[in-house]
Structure formats: structure tokens, C-alpha cells
Design a protein around this ligand. Structure first.
Ligand code: GLN
Length: 485
């Protein structure tokens, strides 16, 4: 069967189940394409040889009742994978081989999937362009000169470039939705507490969530169904009744009320983004749902709040990298000198900037003025959503304030880089689910995404809205395969 890598996850699962394809055929096809993708730099570590072995073993004794039977899959290098190097895109973890598996990846392998390798990302998931990775930047399969977004840039590039049928990323302030939007794919950030954080390299623990990235909404629903589970090993994991997200998927959204928040019409927003949003509003109406103007008055405080809370938590989480227990160690004259050299040589500039901001806002004397204040504003942002959800079932916004930018365009201006997250961070601060779906192209032909934000634990509803819109929008990604010689 030709063009295996063009098939969706759902099609591959079906074809393996009805024996039209073997796991070996599928795994070989994705390995072959991944091997040609060096220029994209989407992988940090590949595990192709053992992936092929596992595929052959699967074919000898296939478990066709599993949800991901013999499906090869690469994952972001922020998920601990037992006996496979896990770097978080950092020099400080360049030699780290976990002795345990993250719960979400464990869930994936338990359903029959096979690890292809570990995907590039911004260092400790701090970034919006995949340019802070110690392992070099990732290029977009859309255009050689474009960033794929970040921090799950390798993941986005790998799905859009068909190096893996689907993947998982993590989203602390937009790292699934923004790269999904930049590369024309679907990305879901689940409700905080829906997917276990156990075994994920921590960035900002009260914001981090794992989530699926896929070519279409159905695949995204299927992968979410696999990774979302209650886990006693994560004290913030929540025990609630989870849907069969893919089986329960429905494009009937008649009568749903969708909020359009006026505060997301930010100053200087390009006309193309405004037009896309209008197109989304029309699409919602064509699907038989109703749109309602709403207000989320504290939206403009979300970005400054995020850039206090996230670095504060990061500075605390990253204190563990001291060159003693694991990871890179620099030589020093004495213990303190060793700590200092390890951390200044092991962490890149962006991570050091966040650690400095974080320790500053947590220091006595500034704690009340910054950290405590940010926590209060965070609550106000959450209250805005609670208020809105008394009137509406979900909210529609653009995913990002622009299409993908050029490699190097924003590297010297961290604030303009941070502005990229303006539409995504409020969702993490409030702990809500949000999904980005490809919805159009800008004048240069680059993809643009729309975001649907849901109530807590209402993933099924936003998946359904995304599913209905996807059908109407009928987006076609323009992948040129420029990297294949
Ligand atoms: N771009 C944001 C940041 O740099 C979000 C990152 C993320 O979601 N991991 O913090």
C-alpha cells in the first residue's frame, strides 16, 4: 500500500486491524521518512532499530483489540522514557537516561504503540519557536525559513511532516496549540489534572499539561482517550469519569452557545487574524450553533501574570539540577564553584533568564509585590471564565496573533517572543482545556489556527465543536517536502 505516511492515525489503526497493513509496513514507512528528515532537526534521539524489532514482534503476535495496535510514534523529549535518553532539549540533561517511564507514555505503549524516538523542543519547554533547544532549532515542513513554533516544535514538525502519525507535546502557556497553529495541525491542551504529569520533566507545575497533536480532530480525540487517566502518582491528577473521546465524537453542535471575547481583539492584530476569526464565527453559525459576544475583562493581565508565575515555579523546579544527582557536571575548585559552573554551562540563556526572574519574584521583599499579586490576578482571570461559562458552552478565539515567523526574527527580543502566547496563556492560568485547529492560510500561504476553549473537563464538547468546524473548513496543509532531496 503506497503513501502510508499520508494516512491518518484512524486509517492506520483500521488498516492494521483488518490486516491490510502490518505494523512492520507502517513502522518502516515512518522510519524511512524520518531518516530523510535530518534537515528538519525534529528528532533529538531516534530508536528506529528497536522500533522495527518491536513492530516485527507485534506482527508475530498482534493484539488487535488495543487502541493503537502496532502504531509507531515519536514523542516530545520532555517525557521520561525508560532506558532511552531524555534531555528536555538541555545540555544539563544531555546524558540523562531515566529508569522509569512517564504515565502518559506508559498509557500509549500499553495500547500497543511503538516508540520511534524523542522529538526536539525548546530547552525545558521554555520558548515559542524551538530555537532555545541545546540541540539546535527545528525547521518547519511548511517552509525552510520558518520556525515550527514552540516549545513542542519538533512534535509539530514531525506530525505536519508525516514523520510520525500523531504525537504528544506539553503545554504550559501554549506549547501545543501555538506550534499546531503554525504548522497546520490540531493540538489539544487538556484540563489541568486530566493527564498525569508523572515522569514529565517539570517546567511550571501548576500549568504543565501533556496533550495530543495530530493531523485531524478524530486522531486527536483517540490519542487523548489513551493518555487521559487518573494517576495516584501525580497528586494533582483528578479522578473523574472520562469519555470515550473518539467514539463519542459528534459533529452535531446545533444550539451550542459560543462566546466571542472582545478583549482578544488586541491592538495591532493583523487584519488576516481578524478575518480568520470572522470566518470562524461564520463557520460556527453554519454548523447550527450560536455566537454570543462576551467579555473576559482581565485578559490583558494574563501575559504579565504568566511571566511571573511560570518563571517562579521554573526557578524552584530547576533547583534540582546541581550536577550532583544526575545530568551534566562541570569541574569546579570546590562544591560551590562546581554548582555555579554546572548551572551556567548546563543551562542556556533563556532558561537562565527565567531562573533569574523566578528567584527575583520569589525573593523576600518582592514576593508580595510580584508573586502573590500574580496569584491574585490569576484567580481573577479564572473568575472571568467562570462568569462567561454561565452564558456560553465554549469560547472561540484565534490561536496566535500571527502566522509562523522567520527563524531568528525574534531571538534577540524576548518580549516580542513572549507576546506570541497572548491568546493561549489565559487558558493555562485558568486550568481549562483548549484546542487549536487549522482554519486558513495567510497571504503567504502559511497556516493559521483557531482556538476553542472549554469548561474544565469538557474536552468532549470542544472536540465536537472542532470536529464540526473541521468538516466545514476543509483545510488542506501545504507541505512541500522541501527537506527530501
Ligand atoms: N511559550 C511559552 C513559554 O515560553 C509557553 C511554553 C510552554 O507552553 N511550554 O513559556
Amino acid at each position: 500500500m503506497s503513501d502510508i505516511t499520508k494516512q491518518s492515525l484512524t486509517e492506520l489503526v483500521e488498516n492494521i486491524k483488518n490486516k491490510k497493513l502490518s505494523s512492520t509496513d507502517v513502522t518502516k514507512a515512518f522510519i524511512d521518512r524520518s531518516e530523510k528528515s535530518g534537515e528538519l532537526n525534529a528528532y533529538i534521539t531516534n530508536d528506529f532499530t528497536s522500533a522495527l524489532d518491536k513492530a516485527k514482534k507485534f506482527d508475530q503476535k498482534p493484539n488487535l483489540d488495543s487502541k493503537l495496535p502496532g502504531i509507531p510514534m515519536a514523542v516530545k523529549d520532555l517525557f521520561c522514557t525508560k532506558n532511552i535518553k531524555t534531555t528536555a532539549g538541555s545540555k544539563i540533561l544531555n546524558n540523562f537516561v531515566p529508569t522509569y517511564e512517564s504515565t502518559v507514555t506508559e498509557n500509549i505503549w500499553n495500547e500497543g504503540a511503538i516508540l520511534l524516538g524523542k522529538l526536539n523542543c525548546d530547552e525545558f519547554a521554555m520558548g515559542s519557536s524551538n530555537e532555545t533547544s541545546f540541540f539546535g532549532n527545528v525547521q518547519s515542513p511548511i517552509d525552510k525559513n520558518l520556525v515550527p513554533g514552540g516549545s513542542s516544535g519538533g512534535s509539530a514538525s514531525a506530525v505536519a511532516g508525516q514523520l510520525t502519525p500523531v504525537t504528544i507535546g506539553t503545554d504550559t502557556g501554549g506549547s501545543i496549540r501555538q506550534p499546531a497553529s503554525f504548522t497546520g495541525i490540531v493540538g489539544l491542551k487538556p484540563t489541568y489534572g486530566s493527564c498525569s504529569r508523572y515522569g514529565i520533566v517539570a517546567f511550571a507545575s501548576s500549568l504543565d499539561q501533556a496533550g495530543p497533536m495530530a493531523q485531524n480532530v478524530k486522531d486527536c480525540a483517540l490519542l487523548h482517550e489513551v493518555i487521559s487517566s487518573y494517576d495516584p502518582k501525580d497528586s494533582t491528577s483528578i479522578d473523574f469519569k472520562r469519555n470515550h473521546y473518539s467514539k463519542d465524537l459528534s459533529n452535531n453542535i446545533k444550539g451550542k452557545k459560543i462566546g466571542i471575547p472582545k478583549e482578544y481583539r488586541v491592538d495591532g492584530m493583523p487584519k488576516e487574524i481578524e478575518d480568520l476569526w470572522q470566518k470562524g464565527i461564520q463557520c460556527i453559525k453554519d454548523c447550527g450553533a450560536e455566537t454570543i459576544d462576551i467579555s473576559l475583562p482581565n485578559t490583558s493581565y494574563a501575559l504579565p501574570t504568566y511571566y511571573i508565575v511560570a518563571p517562579a515555579e521554573a526557578s524552584s523546579n530547576l533547583a534540582r539540577y546541581d550536577g550532583v544527582k544526575y545530568g551534566f557536571r562541570a569541574k569546579g575548585e570546590n562544591l560551590i564553584d562546581m554548582y555555579e559552573k554546572t548551572r551556567s554551562e548546563g543551562f542556556g540563556a533563556e532558561v537562565q533568564r527565567r531562573i533569574m526572574i523566578g528567584t527575583y519574584v520569589l525573593s523576600s521583599g518582592y514576593y508580595d509585590a510580584y508573586y502573590l499579586k500574580a496569584q491574585k490576578v490569576r484567580k481573577l482571570i479564572k473568575n472571568d471564565f467562570d462568569e462567561a461559562y454561565k452564558k456560553v458552552d465554549a469560547i472561540l478565539t484565534p490561536s496566535t496573533p500571527s502566522s509562523a515567523f522567520k527563524i531568528g526574527e525574534k531571538t534577540n527580543d524576548p518580549v516580542s517572543m513572549y507576546l506570541n502566547d497572548i491568546f493561549t496563556v489565559p487558558v493555562n492560568l485558568a486550568g481549562l482545556p483548549g484546542i487549536s485547529i487549522p482554519a486558513g492560510h495567510d497571504s503567504k500561504g502559511y497556516p493559521l489556527g483557531l482556538q476553542i476553549i472549554g469548561k474544565a473537563f469538557d474536552e468532549q464538547n470542544i472536540l465536537n465543536i472542532a470536529f464540526a468546524m473541521e468538516e466545514k473548513i476543509n483545510f488542506k496543509n501545504k507541505i512541500t517536502d522541501w527537506w527530501i532531496k
